[in-house]
Design a protein around this ligand. Structure first.
Ligand SMILES: C[S@@+](CC[C@H](N)C(=O)[O-])C[C@H]1O[C@@H](n2cnc3c(N)ncnc32)[C@H](O)[C@@H]1O
Length: 207
């Protein structure tokens, strides 16, 4: 069961996402939301509830669609000490996400960090230290996935998970994703598998 206020915002956003998917050529690339699918949202929601995730970091927020699925999972596992930090550099997406989080009643749970992900990840390491997060989601510029993974691995606790989107689709990312997978899977401190739902998620467990 998804929190009712969150579900209402998710349903509204799904209409925009469907429109974008069905009229891709009409939506300028800089205005595209590029959100995860509903199936992937549900997948992470169940996974996060299963690991009782309370502290989450997201790289690449867009208008907050994935963040809302995370928020529902965190709220179901804790009433007080949950925390989601989400990063984006696009002002218009940040404005929309702020409104969406407000409408969904999760503004106190989700903190938006505006700016370049790389810089913010270094700040977060200083602020929170190592082994802090239960789950980190990588969903920003694909060419930086390996760098983000290396910055994120110390930040996630043992037994925590790093998820990465777009492992299988769109195909234009395939080469970068192949490099990402070989980088991740050559690390002896993780166990990793691709879950072939929609665009494909790499689920990496920190040993
Ligand atoms: C695929 S979208 C994120 C979708 C979101 N996770 C969801 O499913 O609802 C990627 C987002 O990452 C942001 N982004 C890309 N590169 C970035 C960077 N280097 N620093 C900060 N944000 C970045 C973009 O502005 C965009 O909103």
């Amino acid at each position: 069961m998804i929190n009712e206020k969150i579900q209402n915002v998710l349903s509204r956003l799904e209409k925009d996402i469907d429109y974008e998917n069905n009229h891709r050529s009409e939506v300028p690339s800089e205005e595209r939301l590029n959100c995860i699918s509903k199936n992937i949202g549900m997948f992470y929601n169940i996974m996060l509830k299963s690991i009782n995730a309370k502290k989450i970091l997201e790289i690449g927020m867009s208008v907050g669609y994935s963040g809302l699925w995370f928020a529902d999972a965190v709220m179901s596992s804790t009433q007080s000490d949950g925390q989601i930090i989400t990063i984006d550099r696009e002002k218009f997406k940040i404005d929309q996400a702020t409104q969406n989080f407000d409408e969904a009643g999760v503004s106190s749970l989700i903190k938006i960090r505006e700016g370049e992900a790389r810089k913010i990840l270094h700040e977060i390491k200083e602020e929170f230290g190592e082994n802090y997060f239960d789950f980190i989601f990588i969903d920003a510029d694909k060419e930086s996935y390996i760098e983000y993974f290396d910055l994120c691995l110390p930040l996630v606790r043992k037994g925590g998970i790093i998820g990465a989107d777009n492992i299988l689709f769109p195909e234009r990312f395939n080469e970068m994703m192949t490099d990402y997978l070989s980088h991740v899977r050559s690390n002896p401190n993780v166990q990793s598998v691709t879950v072939p739902i929609d665009n494909g998620e790499e689920i990496t467990f920190k040993l």
